[in-house]
Every structure is written in C-alpha cells, then in structure tokens.
Ligand binder design. Structure first.
Ligand code: GLA
Length: 391
C-alpha cells in the first residue's frame, strides 16, 4: 500500500473512511491549470502553452456491490446517487454531470464500470478559469478506471473527458484543459498542437514566479460569448476556404493571407481571425523564448497576447485589464495577461522572484481601490498531471 502524498489526498482518504467505514481502494488527484499563452486557439486547431498548478481535485474511491455511484462532494456538502445503467445529464450546471458524463462516455466506449463510492475534495477556486471542471473530469476518469484495473492511453482519457464536458455537461470547450490536467510536468509548461495532439514539455526557467490573480468577477457571459467566438472563427474559415480550399481551421491561415482577404471578412471576423493567427505565432515564439531563457521576450509576448484578447478577440473585462495594468507598473514584472476563456476569472503575472511579494502587495492595495473587489491571489508552482495512489 502506498500512502497518499499530499494533505488533500490524506484528507479525502480519511473523509472516505469516515463516511463509508472502510479504506478507499485508491486516491486520485488531478491539477487545475494556468494557460501561459495561446488563448482561444485550441478549438482553432492551433497551439497552446498551459501548465498544471499546485491546486488540485482529489477523489477517494472504493467499490460497491451494486451498479450505483454514490458521490459526495465535500466542498459543497452534497451527495448524489447515480445509476450506471441510467446515466442522463441532470439540470444544466449540476456538478454531478462531470463525473456522470465521464462514466457515461467510458461506458459508451464499451468499458464496463463497476459501482463505486466516491468522496471529492478540491482546492481549485471554482468558476475562476483555473479549470476545476477538467480536473474533476480527469480525476473521475482515473478513479473509475483504477477501480476496474483498466488502462487507457492518456490521449483517450483526455478525449473522453472533453466529450463529457461538450456533450453531457453541455460546454463546448476545446481540448487544452483536460490535456494539461493529465499531462502536466513539474517545473514545465506543455506545448500542445491541438490538431495533431502531439505535445512537448517545455522547461520553465528558474528565478521567476507566476502569480495568479482571481478578479472575483463571475464569468457570467463566458459560455454564450465563448460559443459566439467559436462561430465567428468558423465564419472566418468559410471566407478563407473560398479562396484556399485546404483551409479547415484558422490554424491554416497566415498573416499575409489574412491581409489579402481582410475586406471580405468584415471588421468583426477580421479581428477574431487576426487574434487567432497572431496568437498561434506568439505561442511558437514563446516556446523558443523559454527554451533560450529569454524571459524578457516571453513577458512581452504575454502582454501582446493580452492586448490582442482585449482589442481583437474582445474577451477581457475592465477588472482583468486592471490586474495587467497594476502588475505592469511593478519593477521586476516581465509580463501579465488574462488566462482562460475571459470575461472575468484570473489574470497571471510573471515576475522575477525577489519582486514577487511586491506584486502581491500592490495587487492587494490597488485592485480593490480601482474595482471595489477583493482579489484572490495564488503564487503558483508548476506540477505534475494526474496521479493515482492505490491502497
Ligand atoms: C476555456 C476552454 C479551453 C480554451 C480556453 C480559451 O478554458 O475550456 O478549451 O478554449 O477557454 O483558451
């Protein structure tokens, strides 16, 4: 028997024992993420550069004799019973749709799951754009699979979790969040090619800190505007494909080609397309910058990404802009930008280690003054992806 490694894993194991009267069969934990650069590019078959962070969702799981899933979510104090023979989505936004959807699509793939008791506890702020949903999906998938001693490739798990979110939860997300929650690596970011699904771990240079600032703005518009952006990107593809039939996604379009057809696109689609095309390029340049230790350049690319998301993709908000602005005035800050879908949630700031406290102090002082809101601040480390401990 291995002992759980983190405090959260220990806690969830004890909660399981207290609730179900026996030790769990396994404890699984899956991390949340920040996206360093490459925003709104995943569903355009482009490039992204996320990193898994030191915030996770842990699940303790054990078998039960029937075909039910008894799931207790400690953070919200709620318990639900799902029937593996009859999994259908509950109301929109229900937390049980995440594990329920994963179980549904694992079974759709012909994998026969067994009944289980589960206790879930996490420390990823919910609704803050740090991918607590993907972490919950990934942790659920590994818990269900471990209970029946079944292994799937990571890419298969990632696709099943994305499908659960798309078609069971009902959120049309891309593949980035599930990918990084599975395949994160300590002190590394992960460059993903969202078309070929090939990836590369990129070492993160030492001597800097990544500060995450939760704006405390609920991402109210996130889902409807997210879907609208996806449609606008597809509308761009239709225009480009008229001239270049090989274009399947905005990933296939270059900046000179954009300039060639810009009058046909109209002002909105032009802006959306320009963001995606320039952002893909920024990811490639960021990877080179990190590999050569050029943190100044990487920081500049972060700012450029933020301005493109604010002005061209129009998914920022005054609070995210305020965080970037406050950070940019602090000595030692290399770059800052919003992270995730936008319309609230979190911004990230890359700062030289000795000045990291200054950024935090400045945000705590200045952000409430400018916005009337209290920021949530996390100093992040980059961690491994999903981990399974069997008892
Ligand atoms: C959300 C989605 C991701 C990605 C980002 C924007 O986090 O879940 O798939 O599209 O928004 O980059």
């Amino acid at each position: 028997m291995e002992t759980p490694r983190t405090q959260l894993e220990c806690e969830v194991a004890s909660l399981f024992t207290a609730r179900f009267g026996s030790k769990p069969f396994c404890v699984v934990s899956a991390p949340g993420r920040v996206n360093l650069i490459g925003e709104h590019t995943d569903y355009n078959d482009g490039f992204v550069l996320p990193a898994a962070i030191n915030r996770t969702i842990a699940i303790a799981a054990g078998p039960r004799p029937d075909r039910n899933l008894m799931i207790h979510a400690e953070n919200i104090g709620a318990t639900i019973l799902l029937d593996l023979n009859d999994l259908t989505p509950r109301k929109v936004g229900a937390w049980s749709n995440y594990p329920g959807g994963v179980a549904y699509f694992l079974q759709q793939r012909g994998i026969s799951l067994r009944g289980a008791n589960l206790v879930i506890k996490g420390d990823i702020p919910r609704g803050a754009g740090l991918s607590s949903s993907a972490a919950l999906e990934v942790a659920s998938a590994y818990a269900f699979l471990t209970l029946i001693n079944h292994t799937l490739s990571e890419i298969d798990v990632i696709k099943i979790c994305q499908k659960a979110e798309n078609d069971f939860v009902g959120v049309k997300c891309g593949i980035m969040d599930q990918f990084i929650s599975c395949l994160g690596k300590k002190d590394h970011a992960l460059k993903i090619d969202c078309r070929s699904l090939t990836y590369e771990h990129v070492p993160f240079p030492p001597g800097v800190r990544l500060i995450v600032c939760d704006t405390a703005v609920k991402r109210a518009l996130a889902s409807s505007e997210y879907n609208k952006r996806r449609e606008e990107c597809n509308a761009g593809v239709v225009v480009f494909a008229r001239h270049m039939p090989e274009v399947r996604k905005l990933r296939d379009v270059t900046l000179p080609q954009l300039r060639l057809y810009e009058t046909e696109l109209g002002p909105v689609i032009l802006r959306r397309s320009r963001h995606v095309i320039t952002e893909n390029d920024r990811v490639e340049r960021s990877v080179t910058a990190l590999c050569t230790g050029d943190l100044e350049l990487f920081g500049q690319l972060m700012y450029a990404s933020h301005f493109s998301l604010r002005d061209d993709y129009q998914v920022s908000c005054p609070e995210l802009d305020a965080v970037v602005d406050i950070c940019s005035a602090v000595e030692g800050v290399l770059g800052a930008r919003m992270t995730g879908a936008g319309f609230g949630g979190c911004a990230i700031c890359l700062v030289r280690e000795p000045q990291s406290e200054k950024v935090i102090d400045q945000l705590l002082l200045e952000y409430p003054r400018r916005t009337g809101k209290t920021p949530g601040i996390v100093s992040c480390t980059f961690e491994n992806g999903v981990a399974v401990t069997k008892f």
